[in-house]
Design a protein around this ligand. Structure first.
Ligand SMILES: Cc1cc2nc3c(=O)[nH]c(=O)nc-3n(C[C@H](O)[C@H](O)[C@H](O)COP(=O)(O)OP(=O)(O)OC[C@H]3O[C@@H](n4cnc5c(N)ncnc54)[C@H](O)[C@@H]3O)c2cc1C
Length: 493
């Protein structure tokens, strides 16, 4: 414990230890500081688990002081859930996740979820099972074929141990062959969340169209109750979440019929080939602020000023571009490669539309400081054959492997479009829009344009960065990257 003893009110910084107190007791000790003069550890000593439960029943659940539940933290290990269900879980942005990587691990045979919704329909169950089992067979076959091909391209280094060499090639192969894995593929994920977030996650999952997600929601609720018996006691299905989903489906269907919207699916054959050109057409910058530079400069001048925003704004719009650029330049002076720019950068944002493959989407949506709206997973936008598979002469084999997925997707989709999503592979394109602020753009662009990033996400993010840089060069000239593209228009930091 840190204490400054010379003061009459000594500064103290110390942990409330979760080995001595339950998460619910800790949450109450923190909540009570609002009304009680004693130090936290003294309050904590007076709060039994029973008393804590009573407090939470009354204040958190009864009066809706839900923020108190944020002080109770839960770690949950989840194994063998489908990637589709994991996406729904990870769609709760205030929690922390670490997931089994399909880049670094070879998935075992038949490592997929079989949706219970199909149980009554034997032929459809067989179709689903056979389609996924075949994808896993093809995945293993193509990983081996890629490794053989890579041996010719990347000979073993001097003194490189056999196991290290094998792992090196295997990672390159799995990185590309993961494209064959369906969304039904299982995964493990470690989750750290506070009780408030988890309650929301449970409600969302239990309101899902998919049985696996509903059951996962119940399991999370039951296991989290061991740690916080009171705080997520009443988490459950939410009528509004279900109603909103139904309403949006109805609206979209009516809109599509009435307007005959230009939703002609992209031709999958075209998507299979033109790689470089596609990156351009697959990313659009939909909205940006014409006065972004003024907005950022005004925000930067605001924090340390006593002037109103209106006063600052009127002066900033009268300035020359050079003066505004100078303000921005001074605000990032001294920013190191691991530093984020100041929060004022969050006042400028961009809306993009992406068509990216499901593998890339799974990485993209992990960036929590954005508002992303994905469309359903489907096969209608086609897919892309990873370059390594083309180079290894496996393009036809890859296309043959994905052919049956489209048919199975169609047939299962007639029973349930939501269940059909399990069949969509990591290679298939998915469309989404997202709003990202300038500060998060710095983080996202730096991380996902790096050569360490998977190629499937690197391409669309490079293109998004090009669009943003073209639109607002003065806002991006201070961005330092790990790896600069050839077109980078500024001196490299
Ligand atoms: C090469 C590479 C390999 C990866 N491998 C794996 C893997 O094997 N498994 C896996 O699960 N993920 C993996 N990831 C994903 C990675 O762990 C992040 O989840 C993802 O990149 C999102 O980035 P982020 O967490 O930095 O920030 P964002 O969610 O984009 O948030 C932006 C910034 O806000 C702050 N922030 C946001 N949320 C919190 C929070 N809850 N607590 C504290 N600060 C926060 C941080 O400063 C963060 O950098 C990998 C990423 C890369 C680039």
């Amino acid at each position: 414990m840190l204490e400054t003893e010379t003061e009459s009110y000594p500064r103290r910084v110390y942990p409330l230890d979760a080995h001595d107190l339950t998460e619910e007791q800790i949450a109450v000790a923190f909540a009570m500081t609002s009304r009680r003069p004693e130090p936290f550890d003294e309050i904590a000593r007076q709060v039994s688990q029973e008393k804590a439960a009573g407090f939470h029943e009354r204040w958190v659940l009864g009066y809706g002081h839900a923020s108190v539940a944020e002080h109770a933290v839960i770690h949950l290990a989840m194994e063998n859930i489908s990637r589709l269900a994991c996406d729904a879980l990870e769609d709760n942005r205030l929690a922390s996740y670490t997931e089994k990587s399909s880049r670094y691990q070879l998935m075992p045979a038949d490592f997929f979820h079989l949706p219970q919704e199909l149980k009554q329909d034997r032929p459809l169950t067989s179709l689903f099972n056979d389609t996924c089992a075949q994808l896993f067979k093809d995945y293993h076959g193509m990983v081996d074929a890629c490794i053989d091909h890579l041996k010719g391209e990347y000979p073993q280094r001097e003194k490189e141990r056999d196991s290290v060499y094998k792992t090196r090639l295997s990672r390159m192969a799995t990185d590309s062959c993961r494209a064959l894995l369906p969304a039904a593929t299982l995964t493990n994920v470690g989750v750290t969340a506070n009780a408030r977030v988890l309650e929301h996650a449970v409600s969302k999952l239990m309101s899902s169209e998919l049985e696996e997600e509903r059951v996962l929601g119940e399991d999370i609720r039951d296991q989290a109750r061991i740690i916080t018996p009171t705080l997520i006691k009443y988490a459950g299905r939410n009528d509004y979440m279900e109603a909103a989903r139904r309403a949006q489906t109805g609206l979209s269907n009516r809109f599509a019929q009435a307007e005959a919207v230009s939703s002609t699916p992209s031709n999958s054959v075209a998507n299979r080939t033109a790689r470089a050109e596609d990156a351009r057409s697959n990313v659009k910058l939909l909205h940006w602020d014409d006065q972004a530079e003024e907005r950022l400069a005004a925000a930067l001048l605001y924090r340390r000023s006593h002037l109103s925003y209106d006063e600052i704004w009127s002066r900033v719009v009268d300035m020359g571009t050079e003066q505004r650029s100078q303000i921005i330049a001074e605000s990032v002076d001294g920013m190191g490669p691991h530093d984020a720019p100041v929060r004022e950068f969050e006042l400028v944002d961009y809306t993009f539309e992406f068509l990216m493959d499901y593998g890339a989407y799974r990485e993209f949506k992990r960036h929590r400081m954005q508002s992303y709206i994905p469309q359903p997973l489907s096969t209608i936008h086609g897919y892309e054959v990873p370059q390594l598979l083309v180079d290894a002469g496996l393009q036809q084999r890859f296309e043959d492997a994905l052919g049956p997925v489209e048919e199975a997707y169609k047939q299962v989709g007639e029973i349930s479009p939501a269940v059909a999503e399990y069949l969509v592979t990591h290679a298939h394109f998915r469309r989404l829009i997202t709003r990202i602020n300038l500060r998060e753009c710095y983080h996202l662009f730096k991380l996902r344009t790096s050569e360490l990033a998977h190629f499937a996400i690197r391409e669309p993010i490079l293109e998004a960065m090009r669009l943003a840089v073209d639109t607002h060069p003065s806002l991006f000239r201070h961005l330092s990257l790990r790896d600069y593209p050839a077109w980078w228009p500024f001196p490299q930091n």
